[in-house]
Write a protein that binds this ligand. Structure first.
Ligand code: HEC
Length: 110
């Protein structure tokens, strides 16, 4: 049971290292779908389906999620103004440490 979280952490640290190396500062607009896929597999698929177009064991399908939705839900546990959530529950904990990965997640989900 301990191996999975530490694997996820190792992966995340490695990814954040890549993000810093390969992205000029101030250019957060362009995400990398390959990196986003790894973050998604490590951080999201406990609840969301491996195929983001499908509903997962706990979380709904998230394919096509906008930058605004990802920032609100993943980083703050909220929704953009006026957004109608797919579920009215509040099961998912915010993960503010994923701030550098939001552009990559967005690229992967589109
Ligand atoms: C602990 C389980 C869990 C994890 C881990 C999780 N989610 Fe969720 N997610 C949910 C559930 C359940 C919902 C439905 C709303 C709620 O209960 O919070 C949700 C809702 C969402 C929504 C809103 C969907 C909509 O349109 O209403 C997005 C976007 C989302 N998750 C993305 C992610 C991403 C990206 C990750 C990984 C960084 C992630 N989630 C990790 C369980 C999880």
């Amino acid at each position: 049971m301990r191996a999975i979280p530490s694997l996820a952490l190792t992966l995340l640290l490695a990814l954040q290292g890549c993000t810093e190396d390969s992205k000029p500062s101030g250019n957060a607009a362009e995400g990398d779908a390959g990196r986003g896929r790894l973050v998604y597999l490590a951080q999201c698929t406990a609840c969301h389906a491996i195929d983001p177009a499908k509903d997962g064991p706990l979380g709904p399908a998230v394919k096509g999620s906008s930058r605004a939705l990802l920032e609100a839900k993943v980083l703050r546990g909220s929704y953009p103004p006026g957004y109608a959530p797919k579920r009215n529950t509040a099961v998912m904990s915010p993960q503010p440490q994923l701030t550098p990965s939001v552009p990559d997640l967005e690229a992967f989900l589109h």
